[in-house]
Design a protein around this ligand. Structure first.
Ligand SMILES: [Zn+2]
Length: 447
């Protein structure tokens, strides 16, 4: 058993003080006792302790583009440079890069990640000897970095409506939906013995699979009872192409093929039609908002508030990793809606914290996201002595977290009861900035 003592903690949607948190040997919270003095030997968590944040949408390798390919070009131009990085990845380089990227996430306060994984195949498109070799590189990376991971193995079969994959896209594509499903089943079976990693499903987008494939993917979700993710309406051009090819919006096509529902997360939903918003709400999907990526790529301002009012659950993701900062994503949901609606106070700080915690856990089929007895002991502690939060209102720590803090203010991170970050330093991946920078420079120089 390990004892922690939080100066302040977010428990049941309110701030509690002097909270003793006991963690069992199974990594779960045994008890939470507020208004108590520290137990002998308890590890003190100075500041404001929150449930670990959940990053519901990541493509780890996109991190290599930060600060290198952000100056110009639209989404589709950015995608070409992202493809150049995908072409360079091998299992060893992907493991090194992803280890550092996942470690960066933990340092920022994320204790779980949904990795939307589609670079499965070798250069040229052949399957690796173990078809999940690239997936296993990500599993090792997550375990080394100490983050929980749901590996969302992605079905990506077409380059566009009725268009075969070309160029580097052949690395993403299985021969057909059955081959993809067989690979996913093998991965899921192989993950026994990896308690911090589990398997989920993804369809890349309505562009990348046919309607019949969408039906097969939805059926596999129901058979295996796994979470299912799909990119939806990030760009107006996707809506136009889908309407042209099928006579339906992407959301309507997903509804018709059984893809929507409470176990499904739609990523972005930046440009849904009015009927789409109602459909996504009625189907109780999770919408994964990725505001910093949507800013970086010039995607637009998604109707987050309307989606939540319609019945969707919000979660956050860092997607392209132009920024890795849960506070920026939470704040981004509110700021996008303020800019769009010309109004403040659209979401409460508690609702934004829910998106980053319980919303993400729901999206990934995890039972964490809250500080309560029996939940996994995933904790993130925010310093309250930094210049950014100086002057905070002690009666409104949620606002300090949502409106003032950044990832640089995270001091301690505990995952499954284990202290992964202490005093802002990752405990098992040393020299993180040098390591991440060196890995990216080596990979981008390689030809
Ligand atoms: Zn994405």
């Amino acid at each position: 058993m390990t004892d922690y003592h939080a100066d302040h903690a977010w428990v049941g949607g309110a701030v509690a003080h002097d909270v003793a948190i006991s963690v069992g040997d199974d990594g779960r919270i045994l008890s939470l006792v507020p208004d108590t003095s520290p137990a002998t030997g308890a590890i003190r968590l100075e500041g404001f302790t929150l449930p670990g944040f959940v990053n519901a949408h990541s493509h780890a390798f996109h991190r290599a583009l930060r600060g290198r390919r952000q100056r110009t070009g639209d989404f589709w131009g950015w995608r070409e440079t992202m493809y150049e990085v995908a072409e360079r990845l091998g299992p060893a380089s992907y493991e090194e890069l992803a280890t550092a990227v996942f470690a960066e996430m933990v340092c920022a306060g994320f204790t779980a990640v949904g990795e939307f994984h589609y670079v499965h195949h070798e250069r040229g498109g052949a399957a690796y000897r173990d078809p999940n070799e690239m997936g296993w590189a990500l599993v090792r990376a997550a375990e080394r970095a100490g983050i929980r991971m749901v590996l969302l193995d992605t079905c990506y079969l077409l380059g566009g409506f009725s268009t075969p994959v070309t160029g580097v896209q052949v690395r993403y594509a299985d021969r057909d939906v059955t081959e993809w499903a067989d690979r996913v089943r093998a991965l899921a079976a192989g993950l026994h013995g990896h308690p911090s990693v589990s398997c989920g499903l993804a369809a890349h987008s309505v562009r990348a699979v046919t309607a019949d494939d969408l039906r097969a993917i939805a059926a596999l979700r129901d058979t295996l009872q796994l979470p299912l993710h799909v990119h939806v309406s990030e760009q107006p051009a996707e809506n136009a192409a889908c309407l042209d090819a099928t006579g339906r919006t992407p959301t309507a096509l997903l509804a018709e093929t059984g893809m929507l529902g409470p176990a499904t997360s739609v990523v972005h939903a930046t440009h849904p039609a009015a009927d789409d918003i109602d459909l996504l709400g009625e189907q109780a999907v999770t919408v994964v908002a990725c505001p910093t990526t949507e800013q970086d790529l010039g995607d637009g301002l998604g109707p987050f508030a309307e989606l939540a009012t319609a019945g969707a659950t919000l979660a956050i993701g860092t997607d392209s990793h132009a920024v890795v900062d849960p506070f920026a994503e939470m704040r981004g949901i509110e700021m996008h809606d303020r800019l769009r609606r010309h109004a403040r106070g659209v979401h409460t700080p508690a609702a934004l914290l829910d998106a980053a915690t319980t919303g993400g856990a729901r999206s990934l089929g995890l039972d964490g996201g809250a500080l309560r007895s029996g939940a996994p002991a995933d904790l993130v502690t925010l310093r309250l002595d930094s210049i950014r939060v100086a002057g905070f209102d002690p009666d409104d720590l949620a606002s300090a977290a949502v409106f003032a803090a950044t990832a640089a203010d995270v001091s301690d991170v505990v995952v499954g009861g284990r202290r992964i970050v202490a005093a802002g330093m990752h405990q098992s991946v040393p020299d993180l900035p040098d390591r991440l920078g060196g890995t990216i420079r080596a990979m981008m120089a390689e030809r």
